[in-house]
Design a protein around this ligand. Structure first.
Ligand code: BGC
Ligand code: ZN
Length: 370
């Protein structure tokens, strides 16, 4: 079967590779599940892996099949599987457990192991292929009513984790009633973060580079949030006019913005960092001022990566909630479909050049498998 792969360490090596169709027998105790891939989303991580900024091939291979945002349909299950059956729609978690204590309790997204395993990113093949096999523990059922947006579940899980963790951390305050949020970035993560914060009842300002109007700004406004362009207004001005913010969710992929964001938090506020920055940019910051402000006002900044199945399940709930609150909105995030694995060059091209793409995704088969 075909797969879209890169040769880790070699820039621009994206190509079509041949893989053997996997079998459920490779998983012990009859726990194998064979999934037919229907759609796969791509993001900055795929772009950076193809730019050879990171990424590793599985042992025994010189290539890595990419794609970590999956949506598919179960076609076969082993005797030991009770959780799923053929015909079920599923999405898959990305990271697989290592050895640390966190891995052992199902919190593999919190691993402290030096080496981590992520499908489509590091040491495990991803989902941009025709079929894959996995264990039910790592497959999350998506109800039929959400099938057309199921491919967004992985980015949604990253957002859910970030926001849940922020609330967990803020339990230190005994009673935290956030009212204003700032989301930085209006790509898929920024859009979904705006959605979740709106569903929580917050006032949200979302900022990205391009001046409105355009698809990304329209989507933000459809949620009842305010879109502002970083080219038209400076962060400190945004703070004066609309802030300061109880929660800032950073998802621009640009590290200096993350540091700038430290300055717009309110007292007791929390800054969530989610950008994967594979480069080596340096930033200059007003250290004394920022430090003093964090100390005097009990502020928090934390990083968050990946998600375990708990956050995928939360994502399913919030997607259902979103479909009643903002019908048809999630569908609009799926802005740039590409059809067929053979179109990998077009997929990478859109990913690197189309600034207005909210989500570029590969459509392998229609949702009913044809
Ligand atoms: C993925 C995460 C992953 C992270 C780091 C992101 O693009 O969505 O699941 O943990 O990259 O590799
Ligand atoms: Zn990702």
């Amino acid at each position: 079967m075909q797969a879209i792969a890169v040769i880790p360490g070699q820039p621009d090596s994206v190509h079509l590779a041949e893989l053997e169709k996997p079998s459920i027998d490779t998983i012990p105790n009859g726990r194998g599940v064979l999934v037919e891939v229907l759609q796969v989303g791509v993001d900055g991580t795929d772009k950076e892996i193809n730019a050879a900024e990171y990424g590793g091939a599985p042992p025994g291979y010189d290539f890595l099949v990419i794609g970590h945002e999956s949506f598919g349909r179960v076609v076969e299950v082993g005797d030991g599987v009770t959780e799923l059956e053929p015909g079920d729609y599923v999405t898959a978690t990305v990271r697989r457990p290592g050895n640390s204590i966190y891995d052992q309790i199902g919190h593999y997204d919190m691993t402290i192991d030096e080496t981590y395993y992520e499908r489509g990113i590091n040491l495990l093949h991803g989902f941009l292929t025709e079929f894959y096999v996995d264990e039910p523990e790592y497959l999350v059922k998506v109800p039929n009513s959400l099938a057309d947006v199921g491919v967004l579940m992985e980015p949604m899980s990253v957002v859910e984790k970030g926001i849940v963790q922020a609330y967990e951390i803020q339990r230190r305050l005994r009673l935290w009633r956030p009212k204003k949020a700032l989301v930085l970035g209006a790509g898929a993560i920024g859009q979904l973060a705006t959605l979740v914060l709106k569903l929580q009842g917050l006032d949200v300002v979302t900022m990205a580079r391009t001046p409105p109007p355009h698809l990304k700004s329209q989507l933000i406004e459809e949620l009842g949030a305010r879109y502002l362009s970083t080219e038209e207004i400076d962060l400190s001005e945004v703070m004066n006019r609309h802030g300061p913010f109880d929660i800032v969710f950073e998802a621009t992929g640009v590290s200096w913005i993350a540091f700038k964001a430290m300055e717009v938090l309110t007292k007791n506020g929390i800054l969530v960092l989610t950008s994967i920055t594979g480069g080596d940019a340096k930033v200059e910051i007003p250290g004394d001022k920022v430090n003093l402000d964090f100390v005097l006002h009990n502020k928090v900044m934390f990083g968050t990566v990946n998600a375990n199945r708990e956050y995928f399940e939360l994502g399913v709930k919030d997607f259902a909630h979103s479909q009643s609150q903002y019908p048809g909105w999630l569908q609009k995030l799926l802005s740039h479909p590409v059809e067929g694995l053979g179109e990998y060059e077009k997929m990478m091209h859109l990913l690197t050049t189309e600034k207005q793409a909210v989500k570029v995704f590969m459509q392998l088969k229609s949702l009913n498998g044809s």
